[in-house]
Design a protein around this ligand. Structure first.
Ligand code: GTQ
Length: 351
């Protein structure tokens, strides 16, 4: 009689025998599938604008906006190379447009934001209305709206593109098409959507033009900056965030887009913030001033000194704190609307 095989061997035999039927034992992977806390593969990263800009300008020499369709350098999370992702759910890139160029009209189910980083005078057109870009403006391209970009500026214009590309890929819900027209025909005067929806009033009879997305597609920096400056004069900063506001859809009070939440915050001079962590990984674009972000996870610590036009990413459930000796303004975006819609958003503020 043969001795019974050891359990470990029996298990390995079972795995091997059932593998051709595409069957896998849960108990070997359960811990990783249902982790006690988020264990993102993403890592923190910083892109210094001074280091990135020369490559953007070189891109401007080797390809036109039209040829590239979108002349963008993707900010890839160092731990997700090749995936065109800055976090598991979000995309970030820096787009360059040079004087006289056009990035041709197309539309897609992915939602996009533009945050203007350098230069002024380029435009983006959304469903027939153009908006001129100024540094610090937050502009959105709602899902499935026609959009093209162009420039009548006299120098390069660079903006941060934030899209939900990895999320839509995950859902296998991406559609796109190109327009027959390179540039859209302008059907509404610039400023129309802001006049209709941007002043705490809305037209008496209206249909939300962009479904679940805000009807305002450009939120000028002038307004956000003034609001934050006023708050800084009139009240104490939040110990974690400084003075932080979230951009809203004026029709609902909710997020400007269904998949991406956006924020702008002012850290007053001498701010030394407390740490927090949240499930939504966030991308930051530094608008003005200087500061430091310290990010921690497990035994690891990252410390980034940042200045204007730098970008950094704080991954899910990493502890972060912000400090600024001279004061600064930060724009950021994350997938928080999705976490909240699913009822899984968590945030912890450390004392
Ligand atoms: O401007 O439409 O960075 O479709 C990536 C995909 C920008 C855009 C990106 C896009 C766009």
């Amino acid at each position: 009689m043969n001795a019974p095989l050891p359990t470990a061997q029996l298990r390995q035999q079972l795995y091997a025998d059932m593998s051709p039927l595409h069957l896998t034992p849960l108990w070997e992977v359960l811990h990783a599938l249902v982790p006690p806390r988020p264990a993102t593969p993403c890592v923190p990263a910083l892109w210094k604008y001074d280091e990135v800009r020369p490559f953007l300008m070189r891109a401007g020499e080797v390809i036109t906006a039209e040829e590239a369709v979108r002349r963008v350098l993707i900010l890839e999370n160092p731990a997700l190379r090749g995936q065109s992702a800055v976090t598991q759910s979000l995309y970030a890139g820096l787009q360059l447009i040079l004087p006289g160029e056009v990035a041709p009209a197309h539309r897609h189910t992915q939602s996009a934001l533009r945050f203007i980083v350098e230069g002024r005078g380029a435009y983006t057109a959304v469903d027939g209305e153009r908006t001129t870009m100024q540094p610090g403006d937050f502009i959105i391209t709602p899902s499935w709206t026609w959009h093209d970009h162009g420039s009548e500026a006299d120098g390069p214009v660079v903006w941060l593109d934030g899209l939900d590309i990895p999320m839509i890929r995950f859902l296998d819900a991406g559609f796109a098409e190109n327009s027959a027209d390179k540039s859209q025909r302008v059907t509404r005067a610039e400023g129309t959507s802001f006049a209709r929806y941007g002043h705490n009033m809305v037209p008496v009879r209206h249909e939300p033009p962009f479904g679940a997305t805000s009807p305002i597609f450009s939120y000028p920096y002038e307004r956000s900056r003034e609001a934050l400056a006023q708050l800084e004069r009139s009240e104490a900063p939040d110990p974690w965030d400084g003075h932080k506001l979230r951009y809203v859809n004026p029709l609902t009070g909710g997020w400007t887009m269904p998949t991406i939440g956006t924020f702008m915050q002012r850290l007053p001079a001498g701010f030394n913030g407390r740490g927090w962590r949240q499930t939504d990984g966030a991308v930051y674009s530094v608008v003005e001033g200087q500061g430091v972000v310290v990010i921690e996870s497990g035994e690891k610590t990252w410390r980034y000194a940042f200045g204007p036009r730098d970008h950094f990413v704080v991954p899910s459930w990493h502890t972060a704190r912000l400090a600024s000796s001279a004061g600064c303004v930060l724009f950021s975006y994350s997938d928080r609307p999705v976490h909240q819609a699913l009822g899984i958003h968590r945030e912890e503020r450390l004392s």
